[in-house]
Design a protein around this ligand. Structure first.
Ligand SMILES: [Zn+2]
Ligand SMILES: [Zn+2]
Length: 331
């Protein structure tokens, strides 16, 4: 029998389609790992050493000498930093000036690497750069929401193979994020605890979908995974904002993130994926009901009309099977 499962935090339903269930190994990409098949330097790549567009650069680490991580303004930004935040609400037509930030975080000088292949201290540096940009952008009073994300591979929307992530900061809180906040607040009102803490504690107690746990973070496959290998990394310490992470926690996060990405990389042969850091709106104070986390969504199945029409995803794999498969990958 197929089964409907609900994610308690997002209230989203998913159909776990047991009848057409696919074994996890059917998702192993039948190809050479894309990342390593590239050359370490690409003359046409704007992120490679020697091709840096200095006028777009915001910062680099270290500031002098060979850089390890850089942040640059997106050459074709979705939102513009310059201008006034004007709003016009005219009947049913609402508009807000397209003010915001659109930055690219170049994660490594080498063209043919990815977070899964980097050392823990290199990943830590990337995470620290995200935090620093998040804290800096948060000082801009025009900004309401920052989205940190990464597209890896064509099916995930990446246009360049060079390892990079992105930050988009917006002058409003999008409806989807607003709805999640309201669900989290409602759960807190009804149950007196954070829904993310509750889900994390349940996963730890049940231990059926845990991928890795260290002193500060836990990675696990979701009970109501919306697609094969859909996983979260959740901090054990309740905190609403990614920018409030502590230095010792960043090192622990780098280890858990690296472990999860290596399991995917070696187990599934470098699958395309999206990574999203979900953090509270900038002006939302630390509170008892919002809990930041990382969502990892491999792009191994496609959405179609039913998903668009219902918001219900069909997952053709059993989440527990996918976690078993990942746990057995040698990393
Ligand atoms: Zn490159
Ligand atoms: Zn919590």
């Amino acid at each position: 029998m197929p089964e409907l499962r609900q994610n308690l935090a997002t209230k989203e339903w998913v159909i776990i389609a047991n009848e057409r269930a696919k074994r996890p190994n059917t998702y192993v990409e039948r190809r050479h790992a894309m990342t390593e098949s590239c050359s370490p330097h690409d003359d046409a790549c704007p992120f490679c050493i020697g091709n840096e567009e200095i006028d777009l650069e915001i910062a680099r680490i270290p500031a002098v000498g060979d850089w390890k991580v850089r942040v640059v303004r997106n050459k074709f930004p979705a939102l513009s930093v310059d201008g006034n935040l004007t709003r016009s609400f005219n009947g049913v037509r609402r508009r807000v000036a397209g003010i915001g930030y659109h930055e690219v975080l170049v994660e490594h000088p080498h063209h043919n690497t990815t977070l899964a292949l980097m050392e823990p201290d290199e990943i830590q540096l990337v995470l620290e750069m995200y935090q620093w940009r998040g804290r800096e952008i948060s000082k801009d009073p025009r900004i309401e929401q920052i989205v940190y994300f990464k597209n890896h591979g064509e099916r995930a929307g990446a246009s360049l193979p060079h390892p990079h992530g992105q930050i988009i900061a917006m002058p409003m809180v999008p409806g989807d994020i607003r709805r999640r906040i309201e669900e989290a607040r409602r759960y807190f009102d009804e149950n007196g605890e954070c829904v993310f803490c509750a889900m994390l504690n349940d996963e730890l107690a049940q231990n059926e979908r845990i991928i890795m746990a260290n002193e500060h973070f836990v990675s696990f496959g979701l009970y109501a995974a919306s697609s094969p290998f859909h996983a979260w990394i959740v901090p054990r310490r309740h905190s609403s904002s990614f920018t409030h992470i502590r230095p010792e926690e960043t090192a622990a996060l780098a280890r858990v993130l690296r472990d999860l990405l290596r399991r995917l990389y070696y187990g599934l042969n470098d699958p395309d994926f999206n990574l999203i850091i979900r953090s509270a709106p900038v002006k939302e104070p630390e509170n008892a009901y919002l809990h930041w986390y990382i969502a990892l969504v491999p792009r191994l199945s496609r959405s179609a009309g039913f998903e668009l029409g219902s918001g219900v995803r069909i997952n053709p794999s059993l989440p527990e099977d996918c976690v078993d498969f990942l746990r057995q990958v040698e990393v």
